[in-house]
Write a protein that binds this ligand. Sequence first.
Ligand code: SF4
Length: 169
Amino acid sequence: MNGVEVDSDEVQTIYERLNREAEEAGYHLNPDVEFAKDLIRGLLTNEKRYGYGACPCRLAAGVKEEDLDIICPCDYRDADLDEHSACYCALYVTEVVLKGEKRIGSIPERRPPLEERKRAKPKPSAATISSLPLPVWRCKVCGYLCAREGPPEVCPICRAKKDRFERFI
Ligand code: SF4
């Protein structure tokens, strides 16, 4: 794919890491290991191509600021897990899928169109901000909230990086 090569050892290493981190945080990778590894191969390909792991099932813009919401795990994973028992790519699944009690159907794209994404980012009011001793940061991937001067380097819940946090209050 466009001259980007990913070797199987690399895929295996990332698979093991993601699987461990997912289980530790209450998430699950797709039990079809080869399917999961194919998606991880796509993620690694994107990481080498763009410098970040854009979702392997979506068309990335190739500009990090525009693709932040689809860097895996994407901002839409948890809502899709709640509603469809799997993320858009089905790399992550819920326990019922893991146990074979539910089959994954087709999952509609939840990501809003570009124009909509650019529009409307509600800003907290100045009055609210000034009454708090510290700003509150929200992880856009899993919703984790913390009150501190700046966002943490890595979300302690879902491992998303600092740039996936937004100022919540
Ligand atoms: S969590 Fe989101 S970015 Fe990652 S594989 Fe699933 S749909 Fe794609």
